[in-house]
Design a protein around this ligand. Sequence first.
Ligand SMILES: *Cc1c(COP(=O)(O)O)cnc(C)c1O
Length: 428
Amino acid sequence: MQLYNLKHPSQKVSFAEAVKLGLGQDRGLFFPTEVPVVEDMAALLTLPFVKRSQEIVHLWLRDEMDRADSDALVAEAFNFDLPLNKVDDSRWCLELFHGPTLAFKDFGARFMAQCVNHLAGDEPLTILTATSGDTGAAVADAFYGLDKVQVVVLYPEGKISLLQEKMFTTLGKNIHTLAIAGDFDACQDLVKQAFEDADIRHGLRLNSANSINISRLLAQVCYYFEAVAQFQVANPGLAPVIAVPSGNFGNLTAGLLARAMGLPVKRFVAATNSNDTVPRFLASGQWQVNPTQATMSNAMDVSDPSNWPRVAALCERMGWGEETLSGVALTEAETQDAMRQLLVQGYQSEPHGAIAGAALKQTLTGDEKGLFLGTAHPAKFKDVVDRELQVELPLPPALAAVAGKPILSVRLQADFDLLKEFLFAKLG
Ligand SMILES: *Cc1c(COP(=O)(O)O)cnc(C)c1O
């Protein structure tokens, strides 16, 4: 698999290099120079999830990784279910939250951890990542206990739920967490600066683990095939509309890559909360970033999504326009309403999935049917779900286990020099 730097197209790297580097020169994102096309889609869709995912990953990596190795990475990473649930006559939800940390980020994080581990060789390295909620938990869980990898997670203090925070700040061992006085964009900016700093980058052998790492996208491509396979059991021959709850737009990038491989998806809907840079851009052609707003769907509180250049590059390459990708943004009141309406259909959802469910409903016309991605378990957003839906959700075992443990984070100002000092004191 060859990738190029979207900012400096002459910088070309292999998958292994892209996984290790995270970002290219000048913070440019790596993107595949070519997308492999599936020859026999019908046959591929009949395979069970893990087997099919092994085929898909092999299509991407066949020029640089042995089949046995890539098969093993996939089998190790994808060890939980992803059911497609019917919500009403035209909508289904692909539940991606049955992994160890109850969010879809387990797919990308577990596969990335396997790849990093496989590619690292014998030298220790550092994973540095920013999270607006669920990445931190997924990454920490996926790497926890690996002795060659130190993990540093930055998150915006006070802007994620207590349970979310407990899921990744109570682990210890090789997992170091920093509560930053600032919003997610400030955390993301610190991470980007660290990658630009030669001392840190080389001294600590930095590796990025947020949604910009290409290995995560590869993992996420796989579940779109599962979505369509299950959807077509109920709707033979029909290409679904897919609504994706979006923050940093890694999830949507993966969906578009799956479509470029030939997956029958009629079109995509990018669903956001009031951090609506992309829906506004798709409607007006103007890219204008407003200050980030805190919402109930806090994992999507991103106003300057880092994966957008990949979406733009792929749409341009494929000649895709508004018939393939449109956007819908929901306010807080509309999000509450979306959750209640889904409950009326007998489907309990948390704010992120609910936003996509409502966005899908808004855009379906005529005979169209579709699915939305359920990105988090309702219990992961228990405070909001209990309050909005007047329920009392039980804590699933993964959350109950961490609820009583102390938070081990270090608090830090959003200041790059302080971050650098911390990193070298702790890991240098
Ligand atoms: C991260 C996250 C999203 C947004 O996904 P992106 O790939 O960043 O667009 C949506 N929902 C939940 C629950 C998340 O954790």
